[in-house]
Each structure stands twice: as structure tokens, then as C-alpha cells.
Design a protein around this ligand. Structure first.
Ligand SMILES: NC(=O)c1ccc[n+]([C@@H]2O[C@H](COP(=O)([O-])OP(=O)(O)OC[C@H]3O[C@@H](n4cnc5c(N)ncnc54)[C@H](OP(=O)(O)O)[C@@H]3O)[C@@H](O)[C@H]2O)c1
Length: 281
């Protein structure tokens, strides 16, 4: 029997790489995106493209109904991948910016899980894979909204894993470090439509540096930045291994940060993270 997976956020980056590579491995992939042009592009890649905006409950229910209609009521796996990064110092973030960040990164994932769980229970198996980030384990300055959203996902998925402990449904979290994708391009779009006009002025110089480095489309990739395929490798283990892990850290920076979080006292880790961030700017 061909296994099926629904992936959110396949217009680019990790989601698109996952869709392509899993299809090549023989999975039946429902690749979702929210723009017509992206759906056409996914169909051209010979993927089963379905409209899904995770900010919209109706869209979540309709996309899942469409998948279940095609599979005859089953879905073996869900890869909750859609997300974006709202940049900005906490002092400058508005309630609307935080709400929007949580709508996509947190509530969208939570609602996807709520609707696939009964399907997986009924069929007697299932895998739920959540794309979090190393920023769900450690914090960096000027990414508070994103950090908070990924920490929230960690809490949610860790609880879910305990609640499903005796069930045949596995819950895994992937924590990538820096990956080459459109994350920064999309972060710039959100920055330009929100924070660029609403900032207090306290962090003006920080944002100027961010605009000149972090957001620059032609910036040189960091040598430690991996391609989306590195994430997909872990995703494949989470989906296909008989003993999937609770967490998958992707890349050296993510593995080192996770280890430092365990070993270092807060004061030293804070000093280190501020140093790392000022080096990036
Ligand atoms: N790149 C990294 O360094 C990195 C590191 C750790 C974790 N991650 C996580 O990896 C995941 C994928 O990001 P990426 O790096 O592949 O970046 P990306 O290329 O920007 O991909 C993000 C995807 O999420 C989609 N998305 C955003 N809002 C959505 C919504 N409301 N409904 C449906 N889809 C939506 C985007 O679609 P649109 O094109 O329509 O906006 C896009 O397909 C994210 O959760 C991110 O937090 C990335």
C-alpha cells in the first residue's frame, strides 16, 4: 500500500524539498500551498497540489476533506511545516504582529493536528511531524515572536507525545538550524509590512544592520547553512523508522546549541547568544 502524507507550506524551501523527495521515495504526497501560481508550480512537478492556508480554519477542513476523499479516508502522516519569521525586538512588537505570528506558526499547526488525529486513530496508525526550529530550544535577540511561537510548539507537541504514549500514533519534532530557503525573504516582507513603520527608535541601528545583512537577498550564505534536503533526511527517519525519535536536530549549529542549552547556566548562555547574534549582524 502506498503511504500518504500531507505537507503544509510547499511553495518553497523545506516543504517543497520534502514533497519532491518523498514522492521520489514512493509516498503519495499531498503538497499544499496558498497561492494559485504555487499550486500550478507544484502540479507541474507532478505533485498532488491542494490549496491550504493554515491561518484559515475553513481552508484546513476543506483541504483535509479533499485529501481524505482521494485516499478513501486515510492519511498516514502529517508534516506541519508552514511558518514564517516575524523579526523585531519585543519592545516593538504589537499585539497584531504577535497574533499573526501565532496564527500561522502555532494555531495553524495545532488545528491541523486536531483534525488528522481522529483519522489516524480510526486507521490505527499515524505520524505527526512538526517542523520547529533550534529557536524552539534556545532564544536569540530580536526574534521574540518567532522564538515564542516555536517554544509554544515544543510545549504542545511534547504534551501530545505524552498523551499519545500508548497509542500507535508517533509525534516527532524537527529542530533545524540555519537552512537555505525563502525564510529570510519572507521575513523581510513581514518586516516591511509591519515593524519598519512601527518601531520605537530604540533599536533603529539594530534594524538598519538587519536590513543590510540578515535580510539581504544577495548576502553570502553562512558556511554552516544547510540545504532543505538535510531536514528531509531527518523527516524520512521520523516517517519510516520503526522507532522514530522525539526530537531531530539538524546541522552542527542546532546540535551544539541544544547541547549548550543543557550544559550551560543561563548567565553564560545569555552572554554567548548575544555574542553570536552581534557577530551575525
Ligand atoms: N530556513 C531556516 O533556517 C529554518 C530553520 C529552522 C526552522 N525553519 C522552519 O521551517 C519551516 C519552513 O520554512 P523554510 O525555511 O522552508 O522557509 P520558506 O521557504 O519561507 O517556506 C515557508 C513556507 O510556509 C508557507 N506559509 C507561510 N504562511 C502560511 C500560511 N498561512 N498558510 C500556508 N502556508 C504558509 C510559505 O508559503 P507562502 O509562499 O505562501 O508564504 C512557504 O511555503 C518553517 O516553519 C520555519 O520556521 C526554517
Amino acid at each position: 500500500m502506498q503511504r500518504s502524507i500531507l505537507i503544509t507550506g510547499c511553495s518553497s524551501g523545506i516543504g517543497q524539498a520534502a514533497a519532491i523527495l518523498l514522492k521520489k521515495r514512493g509516498w503519495r504526497v499531498f503538497a499544499t500551498a496558498r497561492k494559485a501560481a504555487d499550486l500550478e508550480q507544484l502540479s507541474a512537478l507532478d505533485l498532488e497540489a491542494i490549496h491550504l492556508d493554515v491561518n484559515d480554519s475553513t481552508s484546513i477542513q476543506q483541504s483535509l476533506a479533499s485529501v481524505l476523499q482521494k485516499t478513501g479516508g486515510t492519511l498516514d502522516a502529517l508534516f506541519n511545516n508552514a511558518g514564517y519569521l516575524q523579526a523585531g525586538a519585543i519592545e516593538d512588537l504589537t499585539r497584531d504582529m504577535m497574533r499573526e505570528q501565532f496564527e500561522t506558526n502555532v494555531f495553524g499547526s495545532m488545528e491541523m493536528i486536531k483534525y488528522v488525529l481522529p483519522v489516524m486513530r480510526k486507521q490505527g496508525h499515524g505520524r505527526i511531524i512538526q517542523n520547529s526550529s533550534i529557536l524552539g530550544i534556545v532564544s536569540i535577540p530580536y526574534c521574540g515572536a518567532y522564538n515564542a511561537s516555536k517554544f509554544a510548539l515544543e510545549g504542545f507537541c511534547n504534551t501530545l507525545r505524552l498523551e499519545l504514549y500508548k497509542s500507535p500514533i508517533h509525534v516527532c519534532i524537527i529542530n533545524p538550524g540555519p537552512i537555505v530557503s525563502k525564510l529570510r525573504e519572507h521575513a523581510l516582507m513581514h518586516y516591511e509590512s509591519s515593524l519598519q513603520h512601527e518601531q520605537s527608535g530604540v533599536y533603529k541601528k539594530i534594524y538598519e544592520k538587519m536590513e543590510q545583512s540578515y535580510f539581504k537577498a544577495d548576502r553570502k550564505n553562512n558556511a554552516l547553512e544547510l540545504t532543505p534536503e538535510a531536514v528531509v533526511k531527518k523527516l524520512i527517519h521520523a516517517l519510516e523508522s520503526s522507532r522514530p525519535h522525539a526530537h531531530y536536530f539538524v546541522g552542527i549549529p542546532a546540535k551544539c546549541m541544544a547541547m549548550l542549552r543543557r550544559l550551560l547556566p543561563d548567565g553564560i548562555l545569555d552572554w554567548f547568544m548575544v555574542k553570536v547574534r552581534s557577530g551575525e549582524e
